[in-house]
Write a protein of this length. Sequence first.
Length: 359
Amino acid sequence: MYRLFKPLLFLLPPETAHRVTTALLDLAAEIPPLRALLRSLYGVSDKKLERHVLGLRFPNPVGLAAGFDKNGEHIRGLACLGFGFIEVGTVTPRPQAGNPQPRLFRLPADRALINRMGFNNEGLDVLVERLRRLRALGVPEGIIIGGNIGKNKDTPNEQAAADYLRCFEALFPVVDYFVVNVSSPNTPGLRALQEKEPLTRLLQALQDKNLSHNSPKPLLLKIAPDLSDEQLDDIADIVQATGLHGVIATNTTVARSGLCIPKTTLEAIGAGGLSGAPVRARSTEVIRYLRGKLGAGPVIIGVGGIDSAAAAREKIEAGADLVQVYSGLVYEGPGLVREILEGFIPKTGDLWSTLDPHG
């Protein structure tokens, strides 16, 4: 079905297409027969897909990456598409408009996207209230909700911890796990927080606050694919030193090598983070490297270039516990989730038949 509408959607600017598709999805989710139809078309219910990770029960290992539903507006509709977990955000304490448009670009020949959104979101208070109402009504399909937190653009790095802590405390009652985003290339200076000393201070402050609660929440770090092996070694050291629960690997890249898009078109697009198929190999490399450094304990969520069941399985074989998709949805449509899930159901003699589905 998506293949029929995709050419029409690709005639629209990417942000407009996103608004149209999410509005239609939200509408369908409010009409019981259509909601049931979506679930039958895209959902896969099988106990073998359950994963017990981070002390949580995930209905299945395929999640929606942060950025798709920044403000937690579409969770009911997205839950009909078969996801086991949805990550909202990145949210900042105060609302911000993000970077000027156009700021999202398709690269069809490369099955990729470039974005420089700049943490556009309605702000922490709006997201918290929206999630509070959702919790009161009951989270659909038993999905897990993660909260991806960041800092406002005009907050100096020296004061960044206060922004992250504010987001953490406000979201604590309404999300199941947290992700600290210091790896977006679209907020000036943000990636400097990935350096060892400032990152250790930030994560330790968050972990101290987390441990002050009777029931701490899982806390993960989202990292860039552009880190060197030495920087990845630092990340592994920090995760172990702070007792962080895991890592999401990876965010978008600032690299532009090996693309099919003409150089003049690429230069006209300008700055931004590249996602989709071109990131697949590097993301997998980072996952494999970190798993070797971290051992079996910390959780790794793999994201980057997942546009097929084979690409998702590649991440798991490299050491990821769960996977997330985003750009793959743009090119493959919601049927991608079902394809991956069906490929994840253990079959006699394959990798999955030897794994404990409960972690």
